[in-house]
Design a protein around this ligand. Structure first.
Ligand SMILES: [Zn+2]
Length: 444
């Protein structure tokens, strides 16, 4: 009896020990509990992006080994090193919202110093013992993309292109890249809203944001004049677009309405320049710098929002399998991330006064999902339901057959040559012998 009690006790203790890490993992993953102590100014851990401080280093200590660090820079990512006694690992700043999975040599550490290469403006920093499920883990934008969307401002991608980004970004087969024609350097919060919104609709490739400032006008000329005031030219803007097209080599480009939807000069400039950029990207005389870097590219399809010819209408109101939401509804969530824009007429345009707009098809003015095929190298659309009609996304192209090992050259031919030669030699020998015997007989 005593033995049975001892065994049961032992099993109970073992079960307790086995259970411990499981409980910790659940806590950390589900509730995002931060067990680390962070030696940083309080504004860097107050969960408010707008409050920030310049720092050179931040020390993190934890009772458990650390696995991830999440940094939100205010305006510019800064490179840094992760330091622990005896270990130092260099990391790129790379993204405004940066999740770092600690390298193996640091995963056993309970004390890590983040040392920035130069003074960094930090909005938020947090650290984890397990992978945090609710943080943005951006992928670099250094490979080719299937769909390239040229949004003008941070929010146009969720408004006039509502539904389109989630429709393709969440289909597990389309590489989606978003490029912004303007940078909201006069309102830094919008850069963060832009990232939060893209992440919410399933985009995982880090966006490209141009160097052109945001400025209001109501015409192409007005937008060019604003560029000039800021020290940039029409050509700078065109070259920016050419470079993006050559870099990402898209199968499909999506651009704004040539009339700029509600007539915003920068929308008009963006879409009109795009019709030139798509041609010039395939012309070696245009923008030599990006030609040298990326070569030429002839984009198979360019669609413009609301363009009257060769129109297609995307279905944005059918639920995405497994998500119980439509692409349009997901874009509404994306737009909700744009806190600074919630007081504008866009909110009513997208949602209705009382939230009565629940489908993309309810919007008739500047209707999202209505695009015209402005230029094609692969023929006209017949079915008119998919931007990728007549082109094959890269993920769907079967990998090339592995090359067969090279056969020794002309083995068969060589064999036949020797066989034939042997026959001839044998015939010659037999003939000679025959002749010799014949002569012998004859001489007798
Ligand atoms: Zn806009």
């Amino acid at each position: 009896m005593k033995n049975i009690k001892t065994v049961l006790c032992f099993i109970f203790i073992v079960l307790l020990c086995l259970n411990k890490p499981v409980v910790l993992a659940e806590t950390a993953t589900d509730k995002q509990v931060i067990t680390a102590n962070i030696t940083a100014p309080p504004v860097c851990t107050d969960n408010k992006i707008s409050t920030r401080q310049s720092v050179n280093e931040i020390k993190i200590t934890s009772d458990l080994p650390l696995s991830h660090i999440y940094i939100v820079y205010w305006d510019t990512p800064v490179d840094f090193t992760l330091q622990s006694p005896g270990v130092e690992v260099a990391e790129k700043g790379e993204f405004l919202h940066r999740l770092i999975e600690l390298p193996p040599e640091l995963k056993t550490q309970k004390e890590i110093t983040v040392k920035f290469e130069k003074t960094a403006n930090i909005s938020e920093i947090s650290a984890y013992n397990n992978p945090p499920g609710n943080k943005q883990n951006w992928q670099p934008n250094n490979t080719e993309a299937d769909l390239l969307l040229f949004s003008t401002h941070a929010d146009d991608e969720q408004l006039f292109f509502a539904g389109t980004l989630p429709k393709y970004a969440l289909d597990n087969e389309t590489e989606v890249q978003v490029v912004y024609f303007t940078d909201h350097n006069n309102n830094i919060l919008r850069r963060h809203e832009l990232l939060d919104g893209l992440w919410a609709v399933g985009v995982r490739r880090y966006p490209v944001i141009s160097f052109l400032p945001d400025a209001y006008s109501e015409s192409y000329e007005g937008a060019v004049a604003n560029l000039k005031k800021a020290g940039f030219s029409e050509e700078d803007a065109l070259n920016f677009q050419i470079e993006q097209i050559r870099k990402f080599k898209p199968l499909v480009i999506l651009g704004h309405d040539l009339k700029g939807e509600y007539g915003h000069g920068q929308h008009i400039l963006n879409s009109n320049l795009l019709t030139q950029a798509v041609i010039k990207a395939n012309d070696s005389a245009a923008h030599p710098n990006s030609f040298e870097l990326y070569g030429l590219w002839d984009t198979p399809k360019l669609y413009l929002h609301l363009y009257k010819e060769n129109q297609i209408v995307l279905d944005l109101d059918t639920e995405i399998e497994g998500l119980n939401k439509t692409p349009f509804q997901i874009s509404k969530e994306g737009f909700a991330c744009h806190g600074t824009q919630q007081g504008t007429w866009f909110k009513t345009w997208l949602n209705g006064k009382e939230g009565e707009i629940t489908k993309a098809t309810q919007i008739t003015k500047y209707a999202p999902g209505v695009f015209g095929l402005y230029r094609t190298t692969v023929g006209a659309d017949i079915l008119k339901t998919d931007l990728f009609e007549n082109v094959t996304k890269r993920s769907l192209i079967p990998p090339p057959e592995p090359e067969q090992p090279e056969q020794p050259q002309n083995t068969t031919e060589n064999n036949s040559f020797w066989q034939i030669s042997l026959v001839f030699v044998l015939i010659a020998v037999v003939s000679l012998v025959g002749l010799f015997v014949f002569k012998k007989i004859k001489s007798k």
